[in-house]
Every structure is written in structure tokens, then in C-alpha cells.
Design a protein around this ligand. Structure first.
Ligand code: NAP
Length: 431
């Protein structure tokens, strides 16, 4: 295979993302322990968008465990006000985002129930603008983006433009607008550190050689709960079965996306942007034990893998403390207990979502936004029992085929394509 040494679109991951620690770099020790004016010495100031979700709550567990290194400035949630109020009681953020001003009275009531006095209430901000404000507060150094969906896009772009370090769990930002996100990062110096376990693994393995000597990356996939089912059986799987992921505990959308392998397709897209690789250098390998989180293959044929207990608190912590490593909440892997690691090739016939994602990853267009928007709606429809499991790729393909992609789209064009795809997918279900 001929290795193209040029980045597909010129966003060099290599030296750009992984400089050796140097004075004045955000990657140096000083940064990891807090340095900005007005920041409490020794504790990095952090905002967490989507703190009430699966990644958000695990991030707070890590922050509690490393409470001598982090302090929480901003939190945001959407519908789960009760969890958010408990987080306010425990972490005392200065600013909190909720979805709308209509929720204010309910939220204040919950804070009162927690025994907080009015002078202890955080400043409340609302909706997407509120998340953007939380992500760009002057004293905030790091932003964990644990919101699901395209709603994270404007806050992420703003955080990067403001020069913040962004721990990015959200997939949809890179999937739908990778070129804009990478441009914002390059322009402003705001750095992205991946949280997703596969991307974190690549990020770690990359350092085993020079980035220029990377030949390809191999994303591992558990295969989800249905990997051994044939096409006919896949038609009849239920939402409850799809939500029973064999190795990871995650939010509902990503769990269903793991079962269809759309999640792996999204990771192909994310990898392409974050690491500046063309998609023909990104392979997928089924690895049901989810112990090897991904592999980087170098020019000499060496493959470097990252292994660990399948527990998101590990990549979350690494994203927050990179380039340093500290004791964590996660038990180290015991390979003797695991016993056997197995691998299988991926079957694009039975899991067409991955093929759809590969096909959409070739240029820079609105197609990934359309696929993502349609997928989000269809996952909801599947979970509500209105469509079957195999209808998800079928309707996504139909919506994608009807779409007239815009090349090098602007933010507005991406958001328009997203809205169009959602409406079109919904119409395909409701008739
Ligand atoms: N879970 C994992 O293990 C994992 C692993 C890798 C990557 N990721 C990615 O990380 C992101 C979060 O995943 P998750 O599993 O943590 O999801 P989740 O459990 O569903 O949590 C999503 C969070 O986003 C908030 N939210 C949802 N829609 C919103 C909107 N329109 N505006 C503002 N906030 C909104 C939710 O608030 P409320 O709960 O208050 O409504 C919640 O705090 C996703 O992009 C996912 O693909 C997750």
C-alpha cells in the first residue's frame, strides 16, 4: 500500500497535537496543574457540558477522585434537573446551564431542597448560548464536552476559538463539521484531546513512533450484542436487546449506534479528522472483549495497541490529565482473568451502517451531517418501537441518496442539512 504522507486536508495531527512538553506549551506540566491568572494554584479550572449524562457523571467521579487537581467552574444539563441540582450541591460551580428559562423555578426549588441559600446559587444560563458561555468563561482552562448531538457544535467551536483545551467526548462535532472544528483548533491554538476510548487509544499509541511513520490505524469494535446474528434475525431484535451492550455502559443513542456499527462509522470519521488520515488508512476489527481499545500500525509493520479495563473513567481521566498519568479509579486489567482475546473481520453486508459511514467520509460535505441527523431520529424511533432495527440503515441510505451534498459546507449549511435530514427521516417513518 502506498502511504500518502500528506494530510488529507492539511490539518497535521502529528506535531500539531503531540508536541513534546515545552515551556509555554499547553501540554507542559505547568498547564496540567493550573497556571492562568486568577486560577487557584494547583487546580485546573474545568467546565463540563452535559454533566448529567453518562460521560458527564463519570467525569465528575474522576474530578472528585482528583479533587486536588481540578475544580469545577461550570456544569450543564438539559432535562435531568434533579441530578444537576445534586451536582451543584456537591461541586459548587459558579455557572450552570439548563435548557430554558421555563425550568428556572423548578431548578431553584431543587436547590432549596438541597439546603442551598440564595447567595450560594450558581449563575444560571440557558440553552445553546448558555453552554457556549460556560465553555468560554475566562477562568476556565479545560472544557469536557459530554453533550450528545450536534447541539455541542457551537459551544465546541467557541471554546476552541477562545483557546481552551477541549476534552471531546461528543462525536457529532467531528462527524458533522470536522473541517470547521479542526480549522478552529488550528487557528486559535485551542487543543482537542479525545475522550472516546478508541480515539484515546490511537492518541496514546501514536506516540510510539513519529507520526509520519504511521501506516494505518485499526479501530477495534466490540461488535455489539448482535454481531453473531444473521440478516433475518437482525430484523426482529428489540430495543431492550439493543440496549444490552456486552462490555460498555453508555447513553442510549451510542449504545444503539454500537449495535448497528454506526458508532464505529462515526469513529472512522472522527479519526480521519483528528489524526489527518485518509479513510483508506482506517480499518475496523471486531474484538468482542473490548480490551484492546485500538491499534496503530507503523511503516515497519509494528502494531502498537493500547489495552485497559473497559471503563470510560480511564480515557476520561487521561484526557483531563494528558500528558500526565495518575492513579485512577479503574482496576488494572488482569489478562490472566480475561484469558483469551479474539478478533473477527467486520461484515458490511449485515452491518451496512459502517459502509454508509465509510462512503460518506470521502470528501468534505454535508453528507455526514445528514447521516448523523437521520440516525439520531431513527434511533429514537427504533427505541419507541415504531421501526425495526434494520430499518435504521435502510432509511438512512434513502435519506442520504435524496440529499444534494454541499461541498466544504459552512456552519449554517451543516445545521440546515441536519434539520432537513431529521425531518426527512421522520417523514419516512410517519409517512
Ligand atoms: N457513554 C459513553 O461511554 C461514550 C463513549 C464515547 C463517546 N461518547 C459520546 O459522548 C457524548 C455523550 O454521550 P453519553 O453516553 O454521555 O450521553 P447521555 O448519557 O445521553 O448524556 C448526554 C448529556 O447531554 C445532555 N443533552 C442532551 N441533549 C442536549 C441538548 N440538545 N442540549 C444540551 N444538552 C443536551 C444531557 O442532559 P440531560 O441528561 O440532563 O437531559 C446529558 O447531560 C455522545 O456524543 C456520545 O457519542 C459516549
Amino acid at each position: 500500500m502506498i502511504v500518502n504522507r500528506e494530510d488529507e486536508y492539511g490539518y497535521a495531527f502529528r506535531e500539531f497535537f503531540l508536541p513534546l512538553p515545552r515551556k509555554g506549551s499547553i501540554m507542559n506540566d505547568e498547564y496540567a496543574h493550573g497556571h492562568a491568572d486568577g486560577v487557584e494554584a494547583g487546580r485546573t479550572a474545568i467546565s463540563i457540558l452535559g454533566s448529567t449524562g453518562s460521560i458527564g457523571r463519570q467525569t465528575l467521579e474522576v474530578v472528585s477522585f482528583l479533587s486536588d487537581r481540578f475544580r469545577v467552574i461550570g456544569l450543564s444539563g438539559r432535562s435531568n434537573l434533579r441530578v444537576l441540582a445534586s451536582q451543584v450541591e456537591k461541586y459548587r460551580p459558579r455557572v450552570v446551564g439548563i435548557e430554558s428559562p421555563d425550568q428556572t423555578d423548578d431548578f431553584i426549588r431543587l436547590l432549596k431542597e438541597k439546603g442551598l441559600n440564595p447567595d450560594e446559587y450558581p449563575e444560571l444560563v440557558y440553552g445553546n448560548e448558555g453552554m457556549t458561555a460556560i465553555a468560554t468563561l475566562p477562568e476556565v482552562e479545560q472544557v469536557m464536552v459530554a453533550v450528545v448531538g450536534i447541539a455541542a457544535l457551537v459551544p465546541v467551536l467557541s471554546a476552541l476559538e477562545a483557546g481552551k483545551r477541549v476534552a471531546l467526548a461528543n462525536k457529532e462535532c467531528l462527524v458533522t463539521a470536522g473541517h470547521l472544528v479542526m480549522e478552529a483548533s488550528k487557528r486559535s491554538g485551542g487543543r482537542i484531546v479525545p475522550v472516546d476510548s478508541e480515539l484515546s487509544a490511537i492518541f496514546q499509541c501514536w506516540r510510539a513512533g513519529s507520526g509520519r511513520q504511521v501506516k494505518r490505524v485499526i479501530l477495534t469494535a466490540s461488535g455489539g450484542p448482535f454481531f453473531d446474528l444473521d440478516k433475518e434475525a437482525l430484523k426482529n431484535v428489540t430495543p431492550a436487546e439493543a440496549l444490552r451492550h456486552p462490555t460498555w455502559r453508555m447513553g442510549k443513542r451510542i449504545t444503539v449506534d454500537s449495535a448497528t456499527l454506526m458508532n464505529k462509522g462515526f469513529e472512522v470519521m472522527e479519526t480521519r479528522w483528528l489524526f489527518g488520515l485518509s479513510v483508506d488508512r482506517i480499518d475496523v476489527l471486531i474484538h468482542p472483549e473490548s480490551v484492546i481499545h485500538s491499534i496503530v500500525e507503523f511503516e515497519d509493520g509494528s502494531q502498537v495497541a493500547q489495552l485497559g479495563t473497559p471503563d470510560m473513567r480511564l480515557p476520561i481521566q487521561y484526557a483531563l490529565t494528558y500528558p500526565d498519568r495518575y492513579k485512577s479509579l479503574v482496576d488494572p486489567l488482569d489478562l490472566a482473568l480475561v484469558g483469551r482475546l479474539t478478533f473477527k473481520p467486520v461484515d458490511l453486508e449485515r452491518f451496512p451502517c459502517l459502509r454508509i459511514a465509510y462512503d460518506a467520509s470521502k470528501g468534505i460535505s454535508t453528507l455526514p451531517a445528514v447521516i448523523n441527523g437521520a440516525d439520531e431520529v431513527l434511533v429514537d424511533e427504533f427505541l419507541s418501537g415504531r421501526i425495526g432495527f434494520t430499518d435504521i440503515p435502510r432509511i438512512i441510505s434513502m435519506v442520504a441518496a435524496e440529499h444534494k451534498p454541499k461541498e466544504e459546507p459552512s456552519l449554517e449549511e451543516i445545521l440546515r442539512a441536519d434539520t432537513w435530514a431529521r425531518e426527512r427521516a421522520l417523514r419516512a417513518v410517519t409517512g
